[in-house]
Design a protein around this ligand. Structure first.
Ligand SMILES: Cc1ncc(COP(=O)(O)O)c(C=O)c1O
Length: 384
């Protein structure tokens, strides 16, 4: 299979991730942070090491402020539901994934949270004047994506963080599409919270993710329960990360993520980014030779993260996607859980886009093969 759906989750994973999960289940298996026997200590060590490596990737030294979740969505929910109170106001963009918009719409309906959205243009970039006007109204929270999951557009988040700080607005960045893919270092920016997946650019297993939350910011936990700490109390401990990690964690998958982070740290995100820029540029050149497809992602790779969306006035994109799948090429067609983004870029009425998202392991030969098959399938579809 040629896998071009890395924006949903990465595949293949880093080379020894599957073995690390297998070894954990086979040789360790114990719960973490609870019992004191050797296997339990090993489990706790895996979680600690994983947190430390994530801290190194994020550029922070306080790894206790990183909490694990099952995915980015759960991290984003923890932030929004745990930070916003009745009547608060929040600023977001018109390009968001439903994992930001749905919790916000829930809060709008049930807690009268006021949502304001800064406009983005047809390529998905924030309209800067609109952003400035709206942030100056000092919402309690600015929450937005770092890069679009539909067309890969990178937001100018360093500049946005500076303006948020000047206006005393807490900034939460959804780094689902850049974590492990595009180098960034929290030391350099005034970003208070980041929500990330372990299963996309970090090349770890599904069921992993988390958030970093500046210690000055308190969130009401999404779940309350056993943490293995302060067991004499019936109230939730304040200590991080325990405060936000009730119940048994997904330790088997975290063992896989721990292994993936070794691969990432030795390979370097700069090298991964370089490969993604090269392979995406190559892919764009190929796509531009196919008359029936219209590339709507910016062709300038400095402005995006290698999420390539196309539309077609002549063809049914769902048939094209299904035919690609029959030819062992995995892509995704539709709204990609981001209806607002499609309304912004003008692809909502057509039912969305066909999205190709190559990954670190995608080769030029695979792109050549995809372009060849695309041409063949399109010829067939046109004459059917
Ligand atoms: C920008 C963005 N935010 C959030 C999510 C949700 O991520 P997860 O599947 O890890 O919950 C995605 C998933 O594709 C995404 O692209």
């Amino acid at each position: 299979m040629i896998y071009l759906d890395n924006a949903a989750t990465s595949y293949p994973k880093a080379p020894t991730v599957a073995k690390a999960v297998f070894d954990f289940l086979n040789d360790v298996g114990a719960n973490a942070g609870r019992s004191s026997h050797k296997a339990a200590q090993k489990s706790s060590a895996i979680m600690f090491e994983t947190r430390e490596k994530l801290a190194a990737i994020l550029g922070v030294s306080d790894s206790e402020n990183i909490s694990f979740t099952l995915n980015t969505t759960q991290a984003l929910n923890t932030v929004m539901l745990g930070f916003l109170q009745a009547g608060d106001s929040v600023l977001t963009s018109t390009m968001e994934h439903n994992s930001v918009m749905r919790p916000l719409r829930y809060l709008e309906k049930n807690k009268s949270v006021k949502i304001s959205q800064f406009q983005c243009d047809k390529l998905g970039f924030p309209v800067w004047d609109d952003f400035l006007t709206k942030i100056k109204k000092r919402p309690k929270l600015l929450i937005c994506t770092a890069a679009s999951n539909v067309i890969g557009t990178l937001f100018p988040f360093p500049k946005m963080a500076t303006v948020a700080k000047q206006n005393k607005v807490t900034f939460c960045l959804d780094v689902a599409q850049i974590m492990g893919i595009y180098p960034f270092d929290l030391k350099n920016y005034d970003i208070d919270i980041v929500c990330f997946p372990g299963h996309k650019g970090l090349l770890g297993p599904t069921g992993t993710g988390g958030f970093y939350c500046n210690p000055k910011i308190e969130l009401v936990p999404l779940t309350f329960g056993g943490t293995g700490s302060s067991s004499n109390l019936e109230t939730q401990p304040e200590l991080r990360p325990d405060k936000y990690e009730s119940g048994t964690q997904n330790i088997a998958s975290l063992a896989g993520l721990n292994d993936a982070l070794d691969f990432l740290l030795t390979t370097s995100i700069t090298k991964i980014r370089k490969h993604k820029v090269q392979i995406s540029s190559y892919f764009i050149e190929k796509l531009q030779t196919i008359d029936e497809l219209r590339l709507i992602t910016s062709a300038d790779l400095q402005q995006q993260v290698g999420v390539l969306s196309v539309t077609s006035p002549q063809l049914s994109l769902s048939r094209l996607t299904a035919e690609l799948d029959r030819n062992e090429i995995a892509t995704r067609m539709g709204l990609h859980c981001a209806p607002g983004a499609h309304k912004t870029i003008g692809t909502f009425e057509a039912g969305g886009t066909l999205r190709f998202s190559p990954g670190y392991f995608t080769t030029k030969e695979q792109i050549d093969e995809t372009a060849k098959k695309l041409k063949k399938i399109i010829r067939k579809l046109r004459y059917d």
